[in-house]
Ligand binder design. Sequence first.
Ligand code: HPA
Length: 252
Amino acid sequence: MKYAIIGGTGVYSAGEGRTINVSTEYGDVDVDVLEINGTEIAFISRHGKDHSIPPHLINYRANMKALHELGVRYIYATVAVGSMNEDFVPGDIVIANDFLDFTKVREHTFFTGGEHGVRHVEMSDPYCKNMRAKLNALAYNEGVKIAGEGVYVTTEGPRFETAAEIRFMKMIGGDIVGMTNVPEVTLAKELGMCYSAVGIITNWCTGMTTEIAGHDIDATMNQRKDTLTELFVKVFNDGLDQEHCNCADSLI
Ligand code: HPA
């Protein structure tokens, strides 16, 4: 099975299918196996189907290892995000093209020394450039507006940011903020998998407006999630390869 979708907040399924339990050395993972228009697609709900796992306690290594063991090489992930960029308004779709990492306590690598070895992963294109280009092109053809690409700031959560933190993150180049994309994206790269994260703006970041961030996350996700998963499936149905990116060759 080459293709997978990871559903973030508000995206708890991508269609009807069977659920399998995959055992990895980092833990067991429930994976839905869907068949859509003849293409097999694995689906993981990042926070659990009942949204019971907070961002800092997600077993990122088990999730990514499970997908890799199933043969997955291409992953689209949805992320609910706040916007600190005036050009990206609630409801917009934004494709991550780089990240800033403010996480603190996560298991963030498979290369922990000893039998697991010591390797470093190259980060000039953390998000697969080929998958981003394909999604942009397909969205254009289908008439789905992508507001643009932007830098994803990952915070540790589960709390939201202060207004001072957002001013700082904006100043150093952040566009959108969420609590989960690191280490998901970096672990994918350590395993040689292509990975692209697509954000749905659910709120203005703290301090960007007078309204309190976060109240409308579920409503916004509900409006946009089917559009996104349908786009992902269309890219998968068209087919992907690793000839136009360096994702399979990023270890140093
Ligand atoms: N901050 C952090 N994570 C988020 C936000 C936010 O404003 N919105 C959705 N996820």
